[in-house]
Design a protein around this ligand. Structure first.
Ligand code: NAP
Length: 251
């Protein structure tokens, strides 16, 4: 490969998305660091640039069609046509079904499902033109069912069907599409869950680790390592797969 490839990572201001953006930059890709708040992206962008990489902070609301179009155009113009997309942006709005508001159902669907759809549709144009591409979607062990997460579990299970369908449709254009389903990863998302449950984060992590075969919780870099593999040239025959990264068969 002579020309530098360009990747887009959504929700890359922090947590798993930031780790994936930094890892792909270290692998030699230029990275569009997309998140709701452009200023919040600066930590990730600075880390990449300080390490000698290329990155650009771009604001986006992945659930908004116009915002997605503008963001993808900006990356294409400033970094080069994006041929790698990591749909990582995510939110939780947990509640038991009888207490779950319609707004909380819609908000989760908008970011995870509508967001991944809009981003993938916008970026696949560049992939098909290049006859090469990589899409990585962030699912979750919650796709298998998780109390209090009917909205999130449905969205994360939906992303698995989305992944397999895009793999079938886009394979002929040299595009692979895979999903990563993380278990417990130490980020602000899991810290917020602990806070909501009134449990100190250290105790929450220890309780989770006690149930995980490798006896620890995951770190964002554990997810970035698999994203790095899926995106590689040599992974071109791996498509439509969902890999659970949970320290065991299921967290
Ligand atoms: P996080 O720390 O909460 O980071 C998520 C990022 O996505 C935030 O920067 C957030 O921005 C951004 N975001 C939210 N809505 C957005 C939108 N509409 N458009 C653009 N960006 C948006 O989450 P994380 O723990 O790193 O999780 C990353 C992904 O992995 C998510 O898809 C999550 O569901 C999945 N996952 C996480 C775990 C885990 O244990 N942490 C496990 C399984 C799956 P704001 O801060 O401005 O809201």
């Amino acid at each position: 490969m002579s020309e530098q490839r360009t990747a887009i990572v959504t929700g890359a201001a922090r947590g798993i998305g930031s780790a994936i953006a930094r890892r792909l930059a270290a692998d030699g890709l230029a990275v569009g660091v997309l998140d709701l708040d452009e200023r919040a992206c600066s930590t990730t962008v600075t880390a990449i640039v300080d390490a000698g990489g290329r990155a650009l902070a771009v604001p986006v609301d992945v659930g908004d069609e116009q915002s997605v179009a503008v963001a993808v155009d900006r990356v294409a113009a400033d970094l080069g046509a994006p041929t790698v997309l990591v749909n990582n942006a995510g939110i939780t709005r947990d509640n038991l079904l009888f207490r779950m508001s319609t707004e909380d159902w819609d908000a989760v669907m908008d970011v995870h499902l509508r967001g991944s759809f809009l981003m993938s549709r916008a970026v696949q144009v560049h992939m098909v033109e290049a006859a090469w591409g990589r899409i990585v979607n962030l699912s979750s062990v919650s796709a298998l069912g998780n109390r209090g997460q009917a909205n999130y579990a449905a969205a994360k299970a939906g992303l698995q069907g989305f992944t397999k369908t895009l793999a079938i449709e886009l394979g002929r254009y040299g595009v692979t599409v895979n999903a990563i389903a993380p278990g417990f990863i130490e980020t602000e998302m899991t810290a917020a869950t602990a806070e909501r449950m009134g449990v100190p984060f250290e105790d929450f992590k220890a309780a989770a680790a006690a149930q995980i075969p490798v006896a620890r919780v995951g770190q964002p870099e554990d997810i970035a390592a698999l994203a790095s593999f899926f995106v590689r040239e040599e992974a071109g025959f791996v498509s439509g797969q969902v890999v659970y990264v949970a320290g065991g068969p299921r967290a």
